[in-house]
Design a protein. Structure first.
Length: 234
């Protein structure tokens, strides 16, 4: 892969990439340098820099809904993400990587190295500003070193939460201090109470978390994610 960023200073690429993402309601979420001795992506593919791309809240939802209106295929959110990421990757002469298809790139490890996020009791990574209302849609891998923000080690919001309302809000008692009981959660959602509760308004435990409440997903996005669970009998 050739370097298509001629004319762009290495310290400009990250900011320009962030601007390109923001045109679609996304944003750059930090980056990392890869080591050929420690990182398979560097050793086998020659990648030197990875920039993560994601969102906070429902910033991308209006554009996705316009895409979904005319899309007739499986996994519409993944398809939209790839459409946007491939366009941007072409513009910046880099490779778009995804957390939802093979090969399974180490997104969890990369997130830990860029933002230092840890899971909440719901098994969702919690951000001190965005709470549980954020995500990662792609990463961009460069075969050159570009300037990136220094890695962060963000505070774990759950450590300072004394009340932990997420634990008591779950009607299935699937959320505990030490584990998320997926089987109990899914079993509850297939019943009448879950069908009329979490499947309509979104996960009640997630909604109960006070961190980042201003970024709570819009109702349409909440319903989309709940419907995507493909529960039996629903």
């Amino acid at each position: 892969m050739s370097n298509g960023n001629e004319g762009r200073a290495p310290d400009e690429v990250y900011g320009l990439l962030d601007q390109a993402l923001k045109r679609h309601g996304l944003m750059a979420r930090g980056g990392l340098y890869l080591d050929s001795d420690a990182d398979l992506a560097a050793r086998e593919y020659g990648f030197k820099t990875v920039v993560l791309a994601g969102h906070a809240g429902s910033s991308f939802w209006p554009e996705f809904e316009r895409f979904d209106k005319d899309y007739d295929g499986p996994d519409p959110l993944d398809a939209w993400s790839k459409t946007i990421a491939e366009q941007i990757a072409s513009e910046f002469a880099c490779k778009a990587l995804y957390p939802f298809e093979k090969p399974w790139w180490p997104f969890q490890s990369w997130i830990g190295r860029t933002e230092g996020l840890k899971p909440s009791p719901l098994a969702i990574l919690i951000h001190p500003q965005y709470g549980l209302w954020h995500g990662y849609r792609a990463a961009f891998a460069f075969q050159e070193a570009i300037a990136i923000p220094a890695p962060q080690s963000l505070m774990h919001a759950c450590d300072d939460c004394a009340d932990k309302p997420c634990l008591s809000a779950c009607p299935a008692e699937a959320v505990t201090q030490h584990e998320f009981r997926l089987k109990q959660c899914r079993g509850h959602l297939t019943g009448e109470e879950g069908h009329n509760g979490c499947l309509v308004a979104g996960c009640l435990a997630r909604n109960a978390c006070p961190v980042g409440s201003n970024y709570r997903y819009c109702d349409a996005q909440l319903r989309f994610h709940m419907n995507a669970l493909e529960l039996p009998g629903i």
